[in-house]
Ligand binder design. Structure first.
Ligand SMILES: NC(=O)c1ccc[n+]([C@@H]2O[C@H](COP(=O)([O-])OP(=O)(O)OC[C@H]3O[C@@H](n4cnc5c(N)ncnc54)[C@H](OP(=O)(O)O)[C@@H]3O)[C@@H](O)[C@H]2O)c1
Length: 254
């Protein structure tokens, strides 16, 4: 077993094939947790498992679509059967959709964004909590966005509404389950160094130039800066923090 503040613990990360989830999965593993990395792209999941195993940690992949309840239930069961329990979950699966004024927004895209970001979060929490509350409790961190309840990007209504929903679902779920030992919070990142922060047709350099003036800190965040917050919210150091959304956005909404 690896040493670290999460030695002997089991973590589940949805969206682990993505930029933010990957960094959190690596961070949990560095701290000694066994990590179930979940997503749909098994090749990218394998690229998360590999460095963890090479570093002496424990991780394995699980393919699940967060919009399908049976697959989400199986994902939680896999963490329990492979590693003996589930102590921490980081729910990072999410999609951005498209940018268009509301009256022009494509209905199918709306349905997809809300299904993955909001229903997916409901299903992930539902199945994670079901296990945690009958096995001594646990900790959940959900990914919302500063484009949810905090900031507005014209044309991003589906994303903003779904992410505002994540913040408020987090708050109500936290109140529902803190008495059963399940502690739940969310984070609302600003633009992170990832494809999601780059506009269509924009290069990374263009994006960085835009961020120099768009954000008070003058740059995008790193996935590791998000992972650091996830570790804190997953650890006993934040034991009195319940049902709160934490904006991590370089001052964008300051
Ligand atoms: N990057 C940013 O600037 C930023 C800012 C604020 C908030 N966020 C939020 O942070 C989270 C991660 O973002 P990211 O930048 O890491 O994005 P990303 O690299 O595009 O990763 C998105 C992840 O979501 C997973 N996913 C999408 N649809 C899914 C589905 N139906 N079932 C299961 N998994 C699904 C993807 O897995 P597969 O491809 O394997 O299906 C992937 O692992 C998202 O919730 C996003 O909204 C990101």
């Amino acid at each position: 077993m690896m040493a670290g503040r999460f030695a002997g613990k089991v973590a589940l990360v949805t969206g682990a094939s993505g930029v933010v989830g990957r960094a959190a999965a690596l961070a949990y593993a560095r701290e000694g947790a066994a990590v179930l990395v979940a997503g749909r792209d098994t090749a990218r999941l394998a690229e998360v498992v590999k460095p963890i195993e090479e570093g002496g940690g424990r991780a394995s992949a699980f393919a699940a679509d967060v919009t399908r309840s049976a697959e989400v239930a199986a994902m939680v069961e896999a963490a329990v059967s492979r590693y003996g329990g589930l102590d921490m979950a980081f729910n990072a699966a999410g999609i951005f959709g498209t940018v268009a004024p509301l009256a022009d927004y494509d209905e199918e895209t709306w349905d997809d964004v809300v299904a993955v970001n909001l229903k997916g979060m409901f299903l992930a929490m539902k199945h994670e909590i079901a296990h945690m509350r009958s096995h001594g409790g646990g900790v959940i961190v959900n990914v919302a966005s500063n484009l949810g309840a905090h900031w507005r990007l014209p044309g991003a209504g589906a994303y903003a509404a779904s992410k505002a929903g994540v913040s408020f679902l987090t708050r109500t779920a936290a109140r529902d389950h803190i008495g059963e030992g399940v502690r739940i919070n969310s984070i609302s990142p600003g633009p992170i160094d990832s494809p999601m922060s780059t506009r269509p047709g924009e290069t990374r350099e263009d994006r960085d130039a835009r961020m120099r003036t768009a954000l008070p800190i003058g740059r995008v965040g790193t996935p590791e800066e998000i992972a650091a917050a996830v570790l804190w919210l997953s650890s006993p150091e934040s034991s009195f923090v319940v049902g709160q959304d934490h904006v991590i956005d370089g001052g964008a909404t300051a």
